[in-house]
Design a protein around this ligand. Structure first.
Ligand code: ZN
Length: 412
């Protein structure tokens, strides 16, 4: 980490941060409840609009100034709040969830036995609440001017891979010294320091229909061609390098006595190294160009859309997070790498120092046991407040190394 971070203004007293974070708990839980009780599946524009309004109200109330409500390139709502001119830290979260409308009836918002339940509580409405309250606490302790360099951006298409908001996230990130992403952390309070890159492919195989009994030789079997393609695609995985190739959907054929004229496969590819994403991409295209069944046609659509978040991108911020957790007397913060993608992949690939998993401590993203640990909420608010304070004191360039790698960008 840069010495600059050590050279700046004195730390806030640990007790001042942790006590006031605890004082905020009723408000934190009230805000979390308001957000969770406004269901917001990624695919439902009206729900997303409602949730954007609720989030805007939370921000206005806690930060004493209203955010901008805009739309991304595909029309999904985005909420952006600026503390001033920005440039020091970009705080990123999303308010869409994977849960369909009506999930709340089955899993209502509840605070019980030390956990919070409710659809999207962990992924990642609690993360947004933590970000807002950390900013509010920083203003409370240091004065409003401390927020000058801070920007908060919340999109609503992250669970779809941020197809519309990617440009916004990237342009804000390039103007920031650091990016903090508030996806849920590990159940033992780990933050996320590395994420695999992700690509999704849709493979459409076209053959020719014929009667399976009368003249099968006239047909071109799309299901057979798709199966051969799939087996070859599986060979592209390199588990020792962290590269996975997973067929996730498959369909084909039209009736039980017709040579199938069409088949379709979905393939999920994840990699720890950027070069591996490119290798698998090129190999899939090469396989499509040479179908194993004569006269079949194979089209592959898709490309890497989440670049690799390498651990180097988060190293300086992770050191800062650990240092601040220690100074606050919180349990040591560990790190974890995951195959799941997030907007941190996008910002890290731009060479902007980025760290993820600063949101709720808990577990069960996208699963029925999704939950947030209540005690972790105040811990995270305190920790993020301290980290933001250090970043604010040292300015936007404190974490930047001289050579910001930019190996991505051109490829979607
Ligand atoms: Zn998420």
């Amino acid at each position: 980490m840069s010495d600059l971070l050590h050279a700046q203004a004195a730390r806030l007293p640990a007790a001042a941060i942790t006590d006031r974070a605890l004082d905020r708990m009723p408000a934190i839980l009230a805000d979390l409840r308001a957000l969770v009780e406004c269901e917001s599946p990624s695919s439902d524009p009206a729900s997303l609009e409602r949730c954007a309004r609720v989030l805007s109200e939370v921000i206005s109330r806690r930060l004493a100034s209203a955010p901008d409500r805009t739309s991304d390139a595909l029309g999904a709502p985005v909420v952006t709040w600026r503390g001033g001119r920005g440039g020091t830290a970009l705080l990123v979260g999303h308010f869409d969830t994977v849960w369909p409308l009506g999930t709340l009836e089955r899993v209502p918002f509840a605070v019980r036995e030390g956990t919070v339940r409710g659809p999207g509580c962990f992924d990642m409405k609690a993360g947004l609440v933590i970000a807002v309250h950390a900013l509010a606490l920083l203003a409370e302790l240091r004065g409003r001017a401390a927020l000058d360099g801070m920007t908060l951006l919340a999109n609503s298409d992250e669970e779809l891979g941020s197809p519309g908001s990617r440009g916004l996230v990237e342009s804000h990130a390039t103007h920031s010294g650091a990016v903090l992403v508030f996806e849920g952390g590990g159940s033992a309070a780990e933050v996320t320091t590395a994420r695999k890159g992700l690509a999704n492919y849709r493979v459409v195989v076209t053959g020719r229909a014929a009667h399976a009994g009368v003249d099968p030789q006239r047909g071109v079997n799309a299901v057979a061609a798709a199966s051969r393609f799939l087996l070859a695609a599986l060979e592209l995985a390199a588990p020792d390098r962290g590269t996975t190739v997973t067929p996730t959907l498959m369909s084909g054929g039209s009736s039980r006595n017709t040579v199938p004229a069409r088949a379709e496969i979905a393939i999920d590819v994840r990699a720890e190294e950027q070069g591996e994403q490119d290798r698998v991409h090129d190999a899939l295209l090469a396989l499509a160009a040479a179908p194993a069944v004569d006269d079949a046609r194979i089209e592959v659509a898709g490309a890497p859309h989440r670049p690799v978040m390498a651990p180097e991108a988060s190293a300086a911020l992770f050191a800062l997070v650990r240092e601040e957790a220690d100074a606050l007397g919180l349990p040591a913060v560990g790190s974890r790498a995951t195959g799941g993608g997030s907007d941190a992949n996008l910002t890290a690939a731009l060479g902007v120092p980025s760290i993820d998993g600063l949101g709720a401590i808990g577990d069960g993203a996208h699963a029925d046991d999704e939950h947030v640990l209540v005690d972790g909420l105040a811990h995270r608010v305190a920790l993020v407040t301290a980290v933001l304070d250090r970043l604010a004191a040292s300015g936007p360039d404190a974490l930047h190394t001289s050579d910001r790698p930019n190996t991505q960008g051109e490829k979607p």
